[in-house]
Design a protein around this ligand. Structure first.
Ligand code: GDP
Length: 589
């Protein structure tokens, strides 16, 4: 280490530019570039290096580099509370969860149809992943992502996006595994709970049994002296649905939900799809601020200049405030369900953020396929005086490509070498695959990604593609393959020597003789050389061994024994049988 180790570890992202990296270290850029060069990485100030490279270079420079923590989407709960008096009340966001068939969909429908505002608007049902209802003067936002698979998604993300979870339990069926799971998710996320004991209209309904079962899970109903709000409802008859809504508002009030209408907006993506006519369309749930047409928002690897906003009734609107779900068109790509979004100042910022995420994603996707075995590479090896491994090399920038090809050319000895069929800069393309296929070469990619089309072609053509983010890993793997191409080293160990003192019978294929073990030990089935006056005159195997006229498993130095040797070489008194084992050892370059 060239410098004293700093005590404070330095956080670095999955990918970082050389200049940003130097700035984080507080080290001159030239020094970082120099250190990279020493390690065989040619990178200019604006080029990006990955975390692993940064960690190596950083530690060479005396720093401890640690990965930047993965950014977790902020939970509604994690959001810092606005100061007293700041902002306006925002509608609570509610998810309906529970066991399958307990009536989630029915309850969402019942709530929706109980809403006067929706009825007035003509009631055209739009499924945008959420809807709003008005109870008195107050709005409530319900996530209504339908279907079973959506439930799984809501379970994963929903509790995090919501303020209140309504847990639906059918009164004729009671607490079921998914009920428990839903409760756990809601509790883990720290959201308020309201239990809807549903289907109370059914003859077999037993709401008290549900309360009993819930109390066993630590959820004791208010009317039983506990703190959990439970309402008996029927999604079918509409009984107590309004009371349920009042209870939802009541528990939401505990949270004092407020938001700033005029701040830059942020929130979550709660639905997204590719509309044949309109392109990518997503439903954004605004948590803070107000979305307007023309605003620019970024979420993960997609951004959007908002072309149009539509509310849950399909009505075009100009702006969407806190707590509102809104269908948005104008996205450049389909954003992911559950991703958070935020408004940015201009398209340039949006593009920069998105390309940063895309870059990190592509680096993340560069998983090494698997350690490649020699059998799979037979096509890439040309035999000759020097066995050659054919490779095609692609790298992200000229600098890395040059240092790579030079290092690969240096990986050789008298028996094996790398033959670079072609090298180039840029992403892996279909023509790289074709070339690798025709030449039987192994395709090596450094800091480049593999699009799914190219990957499919590679699979179809059975071309071996190995992707790397770290130069040494690439070189180590190639060195390893070259090592495997070297014929193994045979290691021989002499285990014992037997001096022949008498020969009793000699046939064409065997000799019965006896002697004394002069070194080591002698055991049946061991291979041997027959030596006479120090010279090898033949080979054989010991088929049986006797000591004191008894079969023996082994006879040691100084002891005498009789043997039966399978050999075509006649053995004479005075010869020495040398027993040995062999072991083949893989070589390395
Ligand atoms: P989900 O799987 O939780 O969304 O359950 P659904 O809403 O699809 O309801 C499952 C079944 O229960 C349907 O056949 C509904 O008609 C029925 N159901 C739902 N709520 C009630 C209710 O309050 N009373 C009665 N009698 N049936 C209900």
């Amino acid at each position: 280490m060239s410098e004293e180790a700093t005590t404070k570890p330095i956080q670095i992202a999955a990918a970082v530019t050389v200049s940003d990296f130097a700035a984080s270290l507080g080290t001159p850029v030239t020094k970082v570039i120099g250190e990279l060069m020493k390690n065989g990485v040619m990178a200019t100030i604006n080029e990006t290096i990955d975390f692993d490279t940064a960690a190596i270079i950083g530690s060479d420079l005396g720093f401890e580099i640690i990965p930047e923590p993965v950014v977790v989407e902020p939970s509604v709960k994690d959001r810092p509370k606005l100061a007293e008096g700041v902002g306006v009340a925002r509608p609570p966001i509610v998810a309906v969860m529970g066991h399958v068939d307990h009536g989630k969909t029915s309850l969402l429908d019942a709530i929706r149809s109980a809403d006067v505002a929706a009825g007035e608007a003509g009631g055209i049902t739009q499924h945008i992943g959420a809807y709003q209802i008005k109870r008195g003067e107050r709005w409530i936002t319900f996530l209504d992502t339908p279907g079973h698979e959506a439930f799984t998604a809501i379970r994963k993300h929903g509790a995090r996006m919501t303020d209140v979870a309504v847990i639906v339990v059918a009164a004729d069926d009671g607490v079921k595994p998914q009920t428990k799971e839903a409760i756990k998710h809601a509790q883990d996320a720290g959201v308020q709970l309201v239990i809807a004991v549903n289907k109370v209209d059914k003859p077999g309904a037993d709401p008290n049994r549900v309360r009993q079962e819930l109390s066993e899970l630590g959820l004791v109903a208010e009317e039983w002296g506990g703190t959990t709000v439970m309402v008996d409802v029927s999604a079918k008859t509409g009984q107590n649905v309004e009371q349920l809504l009042d209870m939802v508002l009541l528990v939401a009030d505990i949270e004092d939900l407020r938001a700033e209408e005029d701040a830059a907006s942020d929130g979550f993506i709660i639905e997204s799809h590719l509309d044949p006519g309109r392109g990518p369309v997503a439903t954004l749930l605004v948590l803070n601020g107000t979305l307007n047409t023309g605003d620019i928002v970024v979420c993960g690897n997609a951004y959007c200049k908002i072309r149009s906003l539509e509310d849950y009734r399909g009505k075009r609107i100009k702006k969407a405030g806190p707590g509102m779900p809104v269908a948005v068109s104008g996205f450049k790509a389909v954003p992911n369900f559950g991703d958070s979004f935020r408004e940015v100042a201009d398209e340039k910022t949006a593009r920069e953020l998105v390309s940063k995420v895309a870059r990190q994603d592509s680096i993340k996707s560069m998983v090494k396929v698997k350690k490649i075995g020699l059998e799979e590479l037979q096509g890439a090896i040309t035999a000759g005086n020097v066995k050659e491994l054919n490779v095609v090399v692609k790298a992200d920038v000229q600098g890395s490509l040059e240092s790579l090809t030079e290092s690969l050319n240096n990986l050789r000895n008298d028996e094996v070498a790398v033959k670079i069929i072609q090298s180039g800069v840029g992403e892996l393309s279909e023509s790289d695959i074709t070339l690798a296929k025709t030449t039987g070469a192994l395709l090596l990619g450094f800091n480049v990604s593999l699009s799914s089309a190219v990957k499919q072609l590679a699979n179809r053509e059975q071309v071996n593609v190995q992707l790397y983010r770290v130069i040494y890993e690439l070189l180590d793997d190639v060195r390893d393959i070259l090592g495997q191409m070297l014929p193994p080293e045979i290691i021989e160990t002499v285990t014992g020597e037997l001096k022949i003192l008498g020969v009793f019978k000699t046939t064409k294929t065997a000799v019965v003789c006896g002697g004394q073990v002069v070194s080591g030990k002698v055991a049946p089935k061991t291979v041997m050389r027959i030596t006479r006056k120090g010279e090898v005159i033949g080979t054989g195997t010991l088929t049986s061994l006797q000591k004191d006229k008894q079969e023996a498993k082994e006879v040691f130095e100084g002891e005498q024994c009789g043997t039966n040797v399978s050999t075509v070489t006649p053995i004479e008194v005075g010869d020495v049988l040398q027993f040995f084992t062999t072991e083949s050892k893989a070589r390395t370059l």
